[in-house]
Design a protein around this ligand. Structure first.
Ligand code: AMP
Length: 114
């Protein structure tokens, strides 16, 4: 059984840990990344805990992805563009084991990532 208290993103989703929430609904929560790597850097998570993209069902991935596009559009990045990234596992540098899509915008983003 997953313990909400052990997961910082579950605690944010439950409003038990502080975060600058920019969007939330019954399925997802979007909040500013504390380590912001771009002028706009928001994380979109499912409320229901899943460790990463690897373990997520298609409905969850769809809701998180659609919310990522919505928050980027709402913040005004439709024309200039933005990036959506999900790190999975050690080689990608995933540091929080609760599925999250990074949404980055507001500057030219290098490719490929480091
Ligand atoms: P990743 O390295 O892909 O797992 O991304 C985890 C992200 O979560 C990092 O960019 C962190 O800056 C961010 N992060 C960690 N803890 C918090 C928190 N309490 N509130 C907001 N962002 C966080």
């Amino acid at each position: 059984m997953h313990d909400v208290q052990d997961c910082i993103f579950c605690r944010i989703a439950a409003h038990e840990a502080p975060a600058k929430i920019v969007h939330e609904d019954e399925a997802v929560v979007a909040f500013e990344d504390v380590g912001h790597r771009a002028p706009f850097h928001v994380l979109v998570i499912p409320r229901r805990h899943v460790d990463s993209l690897a373990g997520a069902d298609a409905e969850t991935i769809g809701k998180v992805g659609a919310a990522a596009a919505r928050v980027a559009k709402a913040a005004g990045y439709l024309e200039s563009g933005y990036r959506v990234v999900a790190n999975v596992g050690p080689d990608a540098g995933q540091s929080v084991p609760h599925l999250h899509f990074h949404v980055l915008g507001g500057r030219s983003l290098g490719w490929p990532p480091g």
